[in-house]
Write a protein that binds this ligand. Structure first.
Ligand code: DHB
Length: 407
């Protein structure tokens, strides 16, 4: 229950509290405990300043809370999002004493952090979180935010396995890495693997379940976005179009562009695209049959290291794993709150998901974008060309977007 708050020195002259936007990033990764971060070097590129530093330079107040994470018995779902909300309530409670405009709070994060930012944007003030907030002594204040910035959000976890197998269907080899420590420094060793028979079976079954999920969402672009039983249709065309638009934007940028074989003038070969991106995770990608994923750990309990969170993996469990309670799963998924009149949704959203990302399917961020738009939110959604799973690579643009939204 700690938070760092910074204000630009120049704005504090005369003892006045600057009423500028509050940039509220989380450096949570992997659903691990989020550090009590400070302005410093970037996690993504150690030669650059981090988002806190850059946001301060830009003139924002920066508030960065520590958050509980999955490796602690007390850090299981929904602890991470409860802490983020409690921090917003704290800022509101002491807004007369603290710098920054609490009506202009902008959350931001990458991957698990992007998912948390999406949750902050989608679930403002919703009563389902109340018992957990009061358990930790959070103030009785609003916890909605003005805007949410989400880089490659690892979100919609209970549907992400199907989306992953839809995107990487027919690809049964994966390229991952193992982390170990040498002299206290993390070392990543590449791991190449072939999926065993039972995982290939899971892949096929999960990808076949995806159309039913997509079709249940009533997604609309210019027309209705759906999939047939083979996973083809207007929703797939929509994803292909997003990738194509990314390529076109890159070509128009003037940067050197090497056309990949899967890209033609007006189309992409989706299977060849997925092959080129490469599969990172065996199936199921998130709710692992052996309970060994970070997400299984997130949905554990004080006493249980890990649980399942989808009926598919629970039914096919290799480890007799228990199924997480439906409330914990619901509280970690923004999708169930978008359009719920009990939730105050952020008005402004910025979502980025690189075309080279393999940690989760592009369908996940696309579905989030479509649902938000249909609920009336303003969404700036783009797939940056050839960008892998990462964030904070375009902070100047992010800050310009915040400035426009705040005007
Ligand atoms: C993160 C990445 C993952 O692939 C995942 O499953 C969960 C979290 C992350 O980088 O935060």
């Amino acid at each position: 229950q700690r938070m760092n708050i910074f204000a630009p020195e120049a704005l504090c002259e005369g003892g006045k509290l600057p009423r500028v936007p509050i940039f509220m990033p989380t450096l949570a990764g992997g659903y691990m405990p989020a550090p009590l971060a400070e302005p410093g070097v970037s996690f993504f590129s150690p030669n650059e300043k981090n988002s806190l530093f850059r946001a301060l330079e830009h003139g924002y107040v920066v508030a960065c809370p520590a958050l509980r994470g999955r490796i602690r018995p007390y850090g299981k779902a929904p602890a991470c999002i409860v802490d983020y909300k409690a921090a917003v309530r704290f800022l509101r409670h002491f807004s007369d004493l603290l710098p920054g405009d609490t009506e202009k709070i902008v959350t931001s994060g990458t991957s698990a952090g992007g998912a948390l930012s999406a949750l902050m944007g989608a679930t403002g003030n919703h009563g389902d979180y109340e018992e957990f907030l009061s358990q930790i002594g959070a103030f009785e204040e609003r916890d909605d935010v003005f805007a949410a910035s989400c880089y490659c959000p690892i979100t919609n976890l209970d549907n992400a396995d199907m989306a992953y197998e839809w995107q990487f269907s027919q690809i049964y080899e994966y390229d991952s890495w193992k982390m170990s420590f040498e002299n206290g420094k993390p070392v990543h060793t590449p791991v190449h693997g072939a999926m065993p028979e039972n995982r290939i079976k899971a892949s096929k079954e999960l990808s076949q379940l995806f159309p039913e999920y997509v079709n249940s969402l009533d997604l609309r672009g210019e027309s209705s976005l759906v999939l047939d039983q083979y996973g083809n249709g207007s929703f797939k065309d929509h994803i292909k179009h997003l990738v194509l638009k990314s390529a076109q934007a890159e070509m128009a940028s003037g940067r050197p562009f090497e056309r990949p074989a899967w890209l033609s003038e007006n189309d992409i070969d989706f299977l060849e695209y997925a092959k080129a991106v490469t599969r990172m995770k065996s199936a199921p990608a998130f709710d692992d049959l052996a309970l060994s994923s970070p997400e299984n750990n997130l949905f554990g309990t004080e006493d249980l290291h890990a649980r399942h969170f989808t009926s598919y993996s629970h039914d096919s469990s290799e480890s007799g794993g228990e199924l997480a309670d439906s409330l914990s799963v619901r509280l970690l998924n923004p999708m169930g709150f978008i359009g719920d009149p009990g939730a105050t949704c952020a008005k402004h959203w910025r979502i980025r998901h690189g075309t080279a990302d393999r940690d989760t399917s592009l369908a996940i961020s696309a579905i989030l974008d479509l649902k938000l738009r249909s609920s009336g939110a303003s969404v700036d959604y783009h797939l940056p060309w050839n960008v892998p799973h990462s964030g904070d690579y375009d902070l100047e643009e992010l800050f310009s977007w915040i400035d426009v939204a705040c005007q």
